[in-house]
Every structure is written in C-alpha cells, then in structure tokens.
Ligand binder design. Structure first.
Ligand code: M6R
Length: 609
C-alpha cells in the first residue's frame, strides 16, 4: 500500500528520498513522486510506474536541489494510477505539498465546498483535498492550518506536509495509518515504515492517532490535536539492514521461506525455560482464563488462515469454544462478545486497518485483546492488552511465509501455556507437545532441504490452469494457505475445500486434467481424506499428495506424486506442511515469470478498508 518518506537536514534530500522509496517498493504501489524545496523553490516530480522511472525523470531535470523533501509511493484508491493522481499533491498556489496514506472519507463534500469558493482541482484523488484545504486555512501559520484542516477531515491518514513559506520544516500527522519519526545528528526523517529510513537512523518514535509533528534539521516537536506538546518515547530498531536485503537469493520470498527455521527458533526459544512455556509478556490469570466464555480469533488473509489452524489447536487444548472471524466481517456482524471473551488478534504488520478496526470493536464490546504481531510498536500491538511478538524479522515479500510460520508457533505456545494454567492438559501430553515444538526448527530445515523435489514437481504441474487444495481438519487449514499462496503470486485460479465438502457441489468442476493438491497428513481423518482423494482421482484429476513420511506409501498408491514432511505432534502438522505449499507456489510463479515479491494489485500492508 502507499508509502511515505520525508527528510529534513543538511544533505541533498532527493537521493535520500529516492532510496527510501526503493526500500518501500515491497509494500506494493503503482506510481511515485517526490517534492523537494531548494533554491529553485518547490520542485515536484511524479510519475505513474516504478521508482526507476521517477529516478530517471529526476535525473533528466538535472536533479532536485534542496535539503528538505517528501517522497511517496501510491497504491491507487481514488482515481486511476496516473502521473496527475500521483503524490505529492500541491495546493493551487503551488506552495503546499502533501503526501498521504489512507483515505479521506468526506473528500467529496470538502471538494465541493472548496470548488464553490473557486478552487480548481487537477486530480481525482482524495488527497488533493488536503492540500487545497490547507491553502484555504493557511494564514501565515502552517500548524494552525493543519489543525483546522484535520478537524474538518474524516478518515484515515498519515500525512507529510511541506510548505514553501516555512521551508525549514516538515509537518507530519497521523490517524489510523502508521507514521514514524526518525532522529539523527542534524537531520530528522519521517516514514510510514522503518525500512525506508533504517539506513540513516535506528532511533525512532511512533506517532499516535491524533498527533502532529513538526520536524526541522535540529528539532522535533510533537503535539496533540490541539497543539499541546506531547512527550514521545524513543525506540531503538535493532534488526540489521541486511534483514531487509535479498542476501544472494533471487527473491525475498525464497529468502524468507529459507529463514523459517531461524524465525521459528527465535520466536519459541526465549519463551521456553526449564521445560515450561513462559509468556512473561502476558498478565492473564488462571481464573480469568478458566472463566473465558469464548476465544474470538480476528485476522485477515494468511493471518486468518493461521486463525483457522489455531481453532483446531486451541479448542483441543483448552476445551473452550474458538470462533474465527475475518476482520472485515467481524465489525459488521453484531458479534457476540462479552467481558469473558478473549479476542486473539493476528497480524504480521500490526497495521491492517480491518484488523485494527475489529480490535477496537472487540474492546468496545468488553473483550480483552491479545495480539500476535511481527512489527514492534505497530498500532495493533500498542492497542492490545497483551502482545506476543513473532520474532520473524522484517518480512518484505508481499506473500507472507515466515510471519505465518512464527504466528503458528506463537499459537502453539499460547495453547501450551494456557492449557497448563487452566489445567486442561496432562503432564505427559504437555511434555510431548513441548518437545515436538522445540524440534520444529530442525524439522523445518529437513523439509527445506528437499526443495529441489518441489521445484521438479512444480515444473510438472505449473501449467494447470485451475488447482484445488483439499484436506480435512488441520490439513484443510493448511490447504487454505497453500491455495492463497499459489493464486496471489502465480495468478492461477485456485480454491481450497474441506475434503468432505467437495461432493456437496464443487466436485462438478473436477474433470480430466484438473490439478488437486491433496493434503493427507492428519492421522485421525486420514482414511476419510483418502476416500475423497479417490473420488477426485476417479473423475480424472491429476493429484499431488502431501502427507507425513510414515503414510507416504499409502498415499502414493492413489495419487500421481507424493510430497512428504517428517512426522510431528499432530497439532504441529501445519508448521511443516505449509512449507512445501509455499515452495510449490514459489516455483510455479517462477515458471510463469511472475513478479513474485510484488504481485499485481497487492500490497504488503493493507491500510484501507
Ligand atoms: O499484516 P497482516 O497479517 O494483518 O496482513 C493480513 C493479510 O493482508 C496478509 O496476511 C495477506 O493475506 C498476505 N500478504 C498473503 O500472503
């Protein structure tokens, strides 16, 4: 989704902005632009297409002079991707430039009002309204104009503002869309994502909703919506810049798939002490847990798929009802939530707007919120009653892999810790599950060592235009993720079905040459699943089976090719099964020549509803 970077200091701003934008490319975008103020006044260059095209245009102009500026990558919402709709947007008098992430909901009404006063708009965007409204309110004090404009607009925003009348400062403001400030010697930066500025500083703070910041080369002031000063806590970003680089891999996605053993190890090891899971971060008493009426899991996309697996795991371990809701549906379904409900919110980015809004709704209804988040200090983390971070490191590829795996590992830790506190697990079962969890990183390494076999199978099946993933129970949960991985990066049509459900309609689509990926690793339902596999096979489907090593022979008798993963505790099966699914999707997409790390139409962090 859109990205923002801003710089004010004593160096040339344009190269810093362009490099920052390059680091934001992974978020997904369709156009980009920069505004720099210098001896030539306010200079704006923006274009549809890639950062490279923007950099070439800047170069053609002989560069942009000035040590203060803003950059933006746009993911179109209001108005098609075009040069004119790209940010920065500049007010009619050419003196106020604005970059914006989010959506101004009442933009049409404000635009109509401004047009009635004689303002001419040039773009179709909601953002231009902000630039024009600032000019309307501006009477010599930009902060005053900003507060007036912000009181008038509704919606979500992270804003970067540069006014030619005070060219020594940037103004930033946030509501429901992330924005960080970075501190350095003789400079300040702002960005929607630390990746854009980590090269320059690791000393950052996160703006909260309603806050406004004023940045010069040497000072940073943060205010609330009424311009009362606010003290901000600084945070240190401790991951290495190399974590956000490809490190010799062709794609971030492959690198991140290969990083999963480490990511899972980093996530679980610090939380296992003396043979026990210790979640120091949480303050949920055994009484509170025993009295829960329900656990409501809320998430989107792949995080939702983790939720689907978590339902099986947590219901089995905690003997409490677990409901899984798509965040975008939760808010509008009049959910049954009480003070005894625990909302378990799952999000890699911690900024997905649907998930954040659902979190707020769950809280409003009385639930306590526990979140599983990868990005430290993100909105979801900050607004939760308890947070368990997944120590996956930065995930750059749009298609999530290591974040998914670490989320699953955290679900397992929660299951173990809560079950022990609630008395729903025996000592022996606890020890077995914990030992299996500790062994996962090693088993993940083993699965990854077979990636050439998966590449080979992808080369056999990559041309199937339509792929069905079937499985029961936890196999079904993994099928959902396998199918999403395949369609999002290879653009092949794919669906996931609970294997037993197929015969209630969808089986009519199975014909000679349809590819079915059959997940059959779940022992308790193995025979039932295999009956469903036979059903599709006898209707002409090509079947690629995925199972655990001890069941390979049985599966191999029915399917065309078999992939295996080592046996683990049955509740941990998804952690291993998902890896061949990720690799299969990766290699199929590679064979189709797709833009794997930046699939069309997608964004890494979805910050619009
Ligand atoms: O950051 P989040 O986990 O909240 O993101 C939710 C989804 O947008 C995300 O999981 C998406 O489905 C993945 N990028 C798919 O690979």
């Amino acid at each position: 989704m859109c990205g923002i970077v801003g710089f004010v200091g004593r160096k040339e701003a344009a190269p810093i902005l362009l490099e920052g934008l390059r680091r934001l490319e992974y978020r997904g975008y369709d156009s980009a632009g920069v505004a720099v103020y210098g001896s030539d006044g306010l200079q704006v260059v923006k274009t549809k297409g890639r950062i490279q095209a923007l950099a070439e245009q800047v170069e053609t102009r002989g560069g942009l002079n000035g040590s203060i500026g803003l950059g933006h990558t746009r993911w179109a919402t209001h108005g098609a991707p075009s040069d004119i709709n790209s940010h920065p947007h500049v007010s009619e008098n050419g003196r106020i430039a604005v970059v914006h992430n989010g959506i101004i909901e009442n933009y049409a009404e404000i635009r109509e009002f401004l047009e009635s006063t004689g303002v001419h708009f040039v773009s179709e965007t909601d953002t231009e309204v902000v630039a024009q409204l600032l000019e309307y309110y501006y009477q010599g004090n930009i902060l005053d104009a900003v507060t007036k404009a912000l009181h008038r607009i509704r919606g979500a925003y992270a804003l970067g503002i540069l006014c030619a009348d005070c060219p020594d400062r940037l103004i930033a403001a946030r509501k429901d869309s992330p924005l960080i400030l970075g501190f350095g010697e003789g400079f300040h930066v702002l960005a929607s994502d630390v990746t854009a500025v980590i090269e320059h500083t690791r000393d950052v703070c996160y703006l909260d909703d309603g806050e406004i910041a004023e940045l010069t080369a040497d000072h940073c002031w943060v205010y609330d919506a009424y311009l009362r000063p606010v003290e901000k806590e600084h945070r240190h970003v401790d991951w290495e810049i190399s974590a956000a680089e490809k490190g010799g891999y062709e794609h971030f996605m492959l690198k991140e798939i290969m990083e999963q053993p480490k990511a899972v190890r980093d996530t679980i090891t610090p939380r296992i002490r003396d043979g026990k899971v210790v979640l120091d971060e949480l303050e949920f008493s055994p009484e509170y847990l025993k009295n829960l009426d329900k656990i409501y899991i809320i998430a989107c996309g792949s995080s939702y798929h983790v939720g689907m697996a978590a339902k099986y795991v947590l219901e089995r371990l905690l003997r409490k009802p677990v409901e899984v809701a798509l965040a975008s549906e939760f808010r509008y379904c009049d959910p049954i939530v009480t003070e005894k409900t625990l909302a378990l919110v799952i999000s890699q980015s911690g900024e997905t707007i649907d998930t954040l809004a659902a979190l707020r709704e769950a809280k409003r209804l009385g639930a306590r919120v526990l979140s599983i988040v990868n990005v430290v200090g993100s909105s979801i983390a900050r607004e939760s009653d308890g947070v368990l971070y997944t120590w996956a490191g930065p995930e750059i590829a749009v298609a999530t892999t290591k974040a998914y795996s670490t989320q699953l590992a955290v679900v397992d830790l929660i299951g173990l810790a809560f079950a022990r506190a609630m008395g729903t697990i025996g000592e022996e079962e606890y020890a077995k599950l914990l030992a299996a969890l500790e062994d996962l990183p090693r088993q993940l390494e083993e699965v990854l060592s077979h990636r050439e076999q998966i590449q080979y199978l992808a080369s056999i099946y990559f041309n199937h235009p339509s792929v069905f993933f079937i499985g029961r129970n936890l196999d079904y949960a993994v099928g959902l993720e396998g199918s999403l991985k395949l369609k999002e990066i290879s653009y092949l049509h794919s669906e996931a079905y609970a294997a037993g459900e197929l015969k209630h309609g969808t089986i009519s689509l199975i014909e000679s040459g349809t590819l079915v990926v059959a997940l059959a690793g779940c022992r308790p339902v193995f025979e039932k699943t295999m009956s469903n596999v036979v059903e599709v096979k006898s209707r002409g489907a090509d079947v690629l089976g995925l199972t655990i090593a001890p069941l390979e022979e049985a599966v191999g008798k029915v399917v065309d090719h078999t992939l295996t993963v080592p046996e683990t505790h049955p509740l941990l099966l998804p952690s291993l099964e998902v890896v061949p699914m990720q690799l299969f999707a990766y290699y199929v997409a590679l064979m189709h020549g797709c833009d794997i790390d930046k699939p069309r139409n997608l964004a890494k962090s979805v910050t619009v509803e």
